[in-house]
Design a protein around this ligand. Structure first.
Ligand SMILES: Nc1ncnc2c1ncn2[C@@H]1O[C@H](COP(=O)(O)OP(=O)(O)O)[C@@H](O)[C@H]1O
Ligand SMILES: [Mg+2]
Length: 229
């Protein structure tokens, strides 16, 4: 874990605590991480929040469901051969794809080979069966996904999952991006559990090194966060 290119900060731990509160009444703790656009910090955040949950002893599974531009195997420096696409294609069992103890209490399923039909695979009964299986073995399951405004992959999970954490990147994500994403999420009847603002270094603490996270709740998903996030 020491040589992973991941930095867990107090801000991640605050985000973790808020996520735990928002899921406290949920029967399952399966969360989709997404954002409007590419390179807004979805995968990095997914990995870091997973690490902070594992750090407190919860058994965590990270799933790379970005079957177009997978990243988790790079962040955790693991081989990406047996992964999610092969499970969903019925080629392997989920146990054959799990990378155990990538960090203490943290297992990872990489994307597997890039399939021709990601959205279809992710929306399939095989995905529902896979999530049902693994949810019996883990306290938290975090699913890394592609951006909402490019493809529908992150919106196909329906009630297979508890909800969505929506990443907004300081200085990058535009207000219209957020509005468009929230419309798409609403159309798909998705539930936003919280917004996470990434890349906002507080002036008074350089140690946060541009990894300050803010977590805000919006009971009404139509209420988009302010333009200058
Ligand atoms: N909080 C952050 N502060 C600064 N850079 C970040 C932060 N989170 C991610 N990055 C960087 O931004 C780039 C895109 O991150 P990534 O997590 O792969 O985004 P996405 O999954 O949304 O495409 C990477 O180079 C990553 O190291
Ligand atoms: Mg990513």
């Amino acid at each position: 874990m020491a040589d992973l290119p991941l930095i867990v900060t107090e801000a991640h731990r605050t985000a973790r605590t808020n996520l735990m509160f928002s899921l406290s009444a949920a029967d399952k703790k399966i969360v989709v991480i997404t954002s409007a656009n590419p390179r807004e910090g979805k995968s990095t955040t997914c990995a870091n929040i997973g690490l902070t949950l594992a750090e407190m002893g919860a058994n965590v599974l990270l799933v790379d469901a970005d079957l177009r531009k997978p990243t988790l195997h790079k962040l955790f420096k693991i081989i990406n051969i047996n992964g999610l696409s092969l499970i969903l294609g019925g080629l392997i069992d989920d146990k054959e794809a799990i990378n155990e103890n990538v960090a203490e209490h943290l297992d990872v399923i990489t994307s597997g080979m890039i399939p021709p039909n990601p959205a279809e695979l992710l929306a399939s009964g095989n995905m529902a069966a896979f999530l049902k299986n693994v949810s019996e073995r883990y306290d938290y399951i975090l699913i890394d996904t592609p951006p909402v405004n490019l493809v529908s992959d992150s919106l196909v999970f329906g009630d297979m999952v508890s909800g969505i954490i929506f990443i907004v990147r300081q200085g990058t994500t535009k207000h219209t991006d957020i509005v468009n994403s929230l419309r798409a999420i609403e159309m798909a009847q998705g539930k936003v559990l919280g917004f996470l603002k990434v890349g906002c270094a507080p002036k008074d603490d350089k140690a946060y090194n541009n990894y300050n996270y803010k977590y805000a709740y919006h009971k009404n998903p139509e209420k988009a966060p302010p333009a200058s996030v």
